[in-house]
Design a protein around this ligand. Structure first.
Ligand code: SF4
Length: 266
C-alpha cells in the first residue's frame, strides 16, 4: 500500500520528532519477542538488497516538508547493518537533507565490529544489548555469541546508547548489568518493557538493588542517574513520541504503534 501522493494525507500531528527508515528481511538474531513479526506482512517486503528503498523520494520530500531533523535507520524484521547499501544510502541522505540532520543507527550490534566505518559514520548509535551472560543473551536474542560491547565502545567515535529489553530471562540480572555497563563507560542506557508488559518497573526489577537516583522525565518516561550513567525507564504505553515511518514496501505511515517495540525513540 505505497503512498500515492507526495504528501499523503496522514492523520498526522503538526510536527514529527523523527523519521524511521525501516528495513525488512532475514535477521542475524531471532528474538522471541520480535515485534516486526506482528507487523502486517505486506509492509515487510524484504528490501535488504534494494537501492534505493521503495518510495525514498517521497519520504525525503516529506522529511523536508515537515522539517524533520532526526533520521533513524532501523528495521521491522531485520537489522539495518545487514542492508547491503547502508553506507550509500546514508551518504545520499546526508547530501539531500538539511545539513543539521542527525542520523541514528538502531542495531543489535552483531555486525558492528565488521562494519566499523559505517557504524562510526552515523551521528549516534542505539545498540540493543540485553545481557553480558551467554546463556541469558541466547534466551533473549535467540542466537549465541554475545557481541563484545566493551570493544564496540572502545572503537566507537560516536555516542553509543544501550537499549536493554527486560524479559523474564534477564530481569534478575539488571542491577549487575547496569553496574557493568557503567564500568565499561556507557553513558546512556534505556531499559524497555516488552510490548504488553503490565507490571510496574518497581515490580519488574529488583528495585532496592538498582541504586538509581531520579533526575527528570523524558516524554513521560522517568530518567535516573547511576554513578554518572543516565538510565531511562521506557514504557511504550506511556510514550508520546511522533514518528514518520518508511516501511520496506514503500508505505509511509505516522502510526508509531506499528513500530513501537523497535525502539524508535532516541
Ligand atoms: S527484534 Fe530486532 S534484532 Fe531481534 S529478531 Fe527482530 S529485528 Fe532482529
Amino acid at each position: 500500500m505505497p503512498a500515492q501522493s507526495p504528501i499523503p494525507n496522514l492523520q498526522s500531528p503538526l510536527s514529527y520528532d523523527f523519521a524511521n527508515i525501516l528495513f525488512a528481511g532475514p535477521c542475524n538474531a531471532c528474538c522471541p519477542f520480535c515485534i516486526g513479526q506482528r507487523v502486517d506482512p505486506r509492509l515487510n517486503v524484504p528490501n535488504l538488497r534494494h537501492y534505493p528503498p521503495a518510495n525514498l523520494d517521497e519520504f525525503v520530500e516529506m522529511i523536508r516538508h515537515f522539517a524533520i531533523r532526526q533520521l533513524v535507520f532501523t528495521g521491522t524484521t531485520t537489522d539495518p547493518q545487514i542492508y547491503r547499501h547502508e553506507a550509500r544510502l546514508l551518504d545520499y541522505l546526508r547530501g539531500e537533507l538539511h545539513p543539521e540532520s542527525q542520523f541514528s543507527l538502531h542495531t543489535n550490534g552483531r555486525l558492528a565490529l565488521r562494519k566499523w566505518d559505517v557504524f562510526n559514520s552515523y551521528d549516534r548509535v542505539c545498540l540493543s544489548f540485553p545481557s553480558f551472560d551467554e546463556a541469558t543473551y541466547r534466551r533473549v536474542m535467540g542466537v549465541p555469541v554475545v557481541p563484545d560491547l566493551a570493544e564496540i565502545l572502545r572503537r566507537a567515535t560516536v555516542p553509543v546508547k544501550v537499549s536493554c529489553v527486560v524479559t523474564e530471562a534477564n530481569r534478575g540480572e539488571i542491577p549487575g548489568f547496569l553496574r557493568r555497563c557503567q564500568a565499561i563507560g556507557i553513558e546512556r542506557l534505556v531499559l524497555r518493557k516488552l510490548y504488553g508488559e503490565k507490571r510496574a518497573w518497581t515490580e519488574l526489577l529488583a528495585w532496592e538493588r538498582l541504586g538509581l537516583s531520579y533526575r527528570s522525565d523524558y516524554r513521560a518516561n522517568p530518567v535516573y542517574a547511576l554513578d554518572g550513567m543516565e538510565v531511562t525507564l521506557w514504557d511504550f504505553d506511556e510514550t508520546q513520541s511522533r514518528s514518520l515511518n518508511l516501511f520496506a514496501d514503500g508505505t509511509i505511515s505516522s502510526a508509531y504503534r506499528l513500530v513501537e517495540a523497535i525502539g524508535a525513540a532516541d
